[in-house]
Structure formats: C-alpha cells, structure tokens
Design a protein around this ligand. Sequence first.
Ligand code: C2E
Ligand code: CA
Ligand code: CA
Ligand code: CA
Length: 274
Amino acid sequence: SKEEGRNQYSFFVPEMSQAIKDKREMEMQLRDALSNGELELAYQPKWGFRSGEVEGFEALLRWPHKTRGPISPADFIPIAEETGLIVEIGEWVLLHACMEAMHWPNDIEVSVNVSPIQFSAKSLLKDVRSALAQSGLPPERLELEITEGALMQDTDANLEILEAIREMGIKIALDDFGTGYSSLGYIRRFSFDRIKIDKSFINDVLTSKDSQAVVQAVCGICANLNIESVAEGIEEQIQLDYLNKEGCSQAQGYLIAKPMKPEIVSEFLERPHR
Ligand code: C2E
Ligand code: CA
Ligand code: CA
Ligand code: CA
C-alpha cells in the first residue's frame, strides 16, 4: 500500500539525508566564516639544518567554530573541496599569508598549501599574482605546497601552471611525499624546489626499516637532484639527529614549535630555538 511504501522509504532515507544535511550545514557555516573573517591562519616554523635557524613558516588554516570549538582542517578542507569553496578559501589564504609575511624579517619565507581543486579551477595563477601584488611580497619569499593529487589529472596542463608560477620566482614543494603511487615520475618531469617527506615516515623512522629506506632514498635523491628535502612531524630530538645524519635540509614539527598565532611569530623569531 501507499502507507507501507512511505514507511519503507522513511526507513533508510533520513539517515542519508542527515549526512547530506550536515555537509550542507557545514558548507554554509564555512562560507559564513570566510565572509565574516572568522577563518584564521596559524604559522609553523621550518628550521634549516645548515643555517641552524628558522627559514620560513607554513600557513595552516584554523576554524575556531563559535559553538563547536575548533574544527580541524582535515575535517573541513575535504568539504570545501567537494563544494568548490576551497577556491575562494585558497585565494583568502594566499593573500593573508603573503600580507602576514610582510611583517617578518625579509629573509623569512611563507609556505601556502594549495588544493588540487585550485588547479582545475584555473584561477591559481591569477590568485598568486594578485596576492603578491596586493601584499607587496617578493615572489622569492613565497612557496606553494602541492600534493600529488594536483598532478594526477591534467598532468601536462597543471605542470604548465606550476612552471609559470616557478618562473615568477616562487618556490614549489611537493607535500606528503611517499604516500602516493608514482611520485618518482613527477620528480623527473618537474623541477621541484623542495620535497616534504610525509610525517608518517618520520613518525617511526627510528623503528621501521621501511621508513628508514624511504627517508634515505628521498634524502639521497634530493641531494643528487639539488632539491631540498624537508622532514615534517619531527617530535623528538633523536628524529632530528637521524634526519640530520641523512642530509635532510629542513625540519618541521612540534619539537621546533607547534603552529602558532601570527602575533607570536616575531617574538618567536627573536629567541634562540634549538
Ligand atoms: P599538511 O599540509 O601535511 O600539514 C601538516 C600537518 O601536520 C598540520 O596539521 C600540522 O599542524 C601537523 N603537524 C606539524 N608538526 C607536527 C608534529 O610534530 N606532530 C604531529 N602529530 N603533527 C604535526 P593541520 O594544521 O591539522 O593540517 C592538516 C592538513 O590540512 C594539512 O596537512 C593540509 O593538507 C590541510 N590544510 C591546512 N591548511 C590548509 C590550507 O590553507 N589550504 C589547504 N588546501 N589545505 C590546508
Ligand atoms: Ca603542507
Ligand atoms: Ca604534509
Ligand atoms: Ca598531510
């Protein structure tokens, strides 16, 4: 009967629609947060093994949600990517990170994470130019962190965009290296300035032969190709010592500092670290 049909329908649909509703709700709130200036950036230092000094900071998105408390970018970036909102958010991040870096000493770089979706939206080049023009930041002080995901589709077109960005003097880092499938192929096809070894390898580098093999291989390849290797997620001195021994270029992780509010950066740079 009609009655039964309705019951069957309502038996499984509400759950599904709840998930969709939650997503829509989060998307709307994220859109509001962006337009109301509620998104923030935290900055995590990158420390140079050779210089023994902080050489730059990575900008990391923070959403201090009014009622739910802080929401992790790992939770809201995927939704922003699904809905395309990441393009506007990415534009905001680029501009604000560049403006913030103008307050720092002029040898300190800023790194910005770029989503694969920003490539397919074709606005990346324009957004980068506009952020530099509006902030006055020299291109040499900006680095973009991209993941393999940005290269897996439209590889040639995206490599061309990267090439144009690199010709402006901006650095390109390959993020989360080692977690994908054909990473080595991309290194042959494009000259990255840096490769960031994923923190999952750093995490167990002292105990896992596999992680040691990856870390050694990446540090070795980078040294040979004149690419800087970056180890993220360093939490212990003994990990730092290991990476130093392998010839790694830069270190990032809680051992050096957690991501910090922009107000703290200048003060942090004034005191000795490590
Ligand atoms: P990611 O780019 O790989 O960033 C590194 C993540 O590791 C950050 O998490 C950072 O806070 C965390 N981390 C740093 N040092 C340590 C450590 O010593 N131990 C541990 N356990 N974790 C450490 P966060 O800030 O939660 O960001 C997560 C991810 O969200 C980022 O991973 C990145 O993929 C994405 N994300 C963050 N900000 C942006 C953004 O502005 N744009 C885009 N597209 N993605 C972003
Ligand atoms: Ca990153
Ligand atoms: Ca990473
Ligand atoms: Ca990651």
